[in-house]
Design a protein around this ligand. Structure first.
Ligand code: WQD
Length: 349
């Protein structure tokens, strides 16, 4: 029984691969390295001591996906692969709609052809748009406010329609809040291209001296200190949530959405303080105007995931900051090797 992991070389995908391998699953991993590096693969093998099959494949090639299903007995899929930068999606919507939606349609087509109907989908809290109240529950109306979020919302609807047409489908829609942190080994972590858009990688690069200071986007929100509040979740807790969701889709049918967050909100300045405490590094910052599209407060009600998946986020904010700093300080330039000795199999075109 093999599990196919799309986007398995990415930040969240690689952490999920570690937990899945440590649990004993046989993995087939695909990635096109559009937002990841081959070096991650050898790090996953180093951490777990386990082998897995990897294919450098783009989901826009239906033939390549089909070839993987023909070569392996795939029982379920965890689908991470997709572009995820909100700002970029506003500038290049067609790139996002084509990559994220066509790639998913190709994947589902091939899954169906091979009789595979168990899927865990990497969705996002951005499908909620501007929440009418806090904390957010899964039955809130959806209203993504950017093309990236709309690709996630549209894919959720596509998967629901698939189940209506064929009751063999079993799908978990995992709505991530704000994943941060890194594996405790410090050997895998978040390695954004260019200047980070997200708070935690930006803070960690300020702490490492790669960036001068943090720009705090607004201090006039109705929050504890006026700065934005978000639900930060350790990436390892998030990865473990995928294991629980996989167990559930293998046993059931239907489509269910789950909020994967900590269930707690922390402000930007609280994150700065927590990171300074955990790293011993000062984080200079300056208050700037609000970032367009930001909401003031966003955090999850996680009762459905707690109860239905028997999952709860266990790691603390200190864990998140300490593990981020260990990754950052041990890998100041992120993943640096352009190629790696790991068997990266490229399917014939
Ligand atoms: C967090 C807080 C900012 C950077 C994004 C995506 C979402 C999801 C998670 C994929 C906010 C403030 C940030 C900075 C700052 N990704 N901030 N200075 O916007 O909640 O969610 O990541 O699914 O799709 O939208 O995360 O880390 O960008 O911002 O003050 O340099 O930090 O205003 O309050 P966000 P973020």
């Amino acid at each position: 029984m093999a599990i196919l992991i799309t986007g398995g070389a990415g930040y969240i995908g690689s952490h999920a691969c570690v937990e899945l391998l440590n649990t004993g699953y046989e993995l087939v991993v695909l990635d096109n390295f559009s937002n990841s590096k081959p070096e991650v693969l050898s790090r996953i093998k180093e951490i777990t001591g386990k082998n897995f099959t990897f294919y450098e494949v783009d989901l826009l090639s239906k033939e390549a996906i089909d070839s993987i299903f023909s070569r392996h007995d795939i029982n379920a899929v965890i689908h991470f692969a997709g572009y995820k930068a909100v700002g970029e999606s506003v500038c290049e919507p067609l790139k996002y709609y084509h990559n994220n939606i066509t790639g998913t349609l190709n994947l589902c087509d091939v899954m169906n052809k091979h009789g595979v109907h168990d899927l865990v989908f990497s969705s996002s809290a951005t499908v909620y748009g501007i929440p009418h109240q806090i904390p957010i529950t899964e039955d809130f109306p959806l209203g993504a406010t950017n093309p990236y979020g709309r690709t996630k919302q549209m894919i959720e609807e596509i998967l629901r329609d698939l189940y209506v047409s064929d009751k063999r489908w079993s799908v978990a829609l995992l709505r991530y809040f704000n994943p941060i942190g890194a594996h405790e080994s410090g050997r895998i972590g978040e390695d954004p291209n260019g200047i980070p858009n997200n708070l935690m990688p930006y803070i960690s690069q300020v702490a490492a001296g790669k960036l001068e200071q943090l720009n705090v986007f607004g201090d006039d929100y109705e929050t504890v200190d006026g700065t934005g509040v978000r639900d930060y979740i350790h990436v390892v807790d998030l990865a473990k949530g995928h294991l629980k969701a996989l167990e559930r889709v293998l046993l059931t049918t239907g489509v269910d959405a789950y909020n994967l967050g900590s269930g707690f909100g922390h402000s930007v300045l609280e994150m700065v303080d927590a990171f300074e405490q955990a790293s011993g590094q000062e984080i200079p910052y300056v208050i700037k105007d609000r970032r367009p599209g930001d909401v003031g407060i966003c955090f999850a009600d996680t009762q459905k995931a707690n109860q239905n998946l028997n999952w709860v986020a266990e790691k603390t904010l200190t864990d998140m900051c300490k593990d981020t700093w260990k990754w950052q300080s041990n890998n100041p330039a992120g993943y640096t090797k352009t190629q790696d000795h790991v068997t990266s199999i490229q399917l014939a075109p």
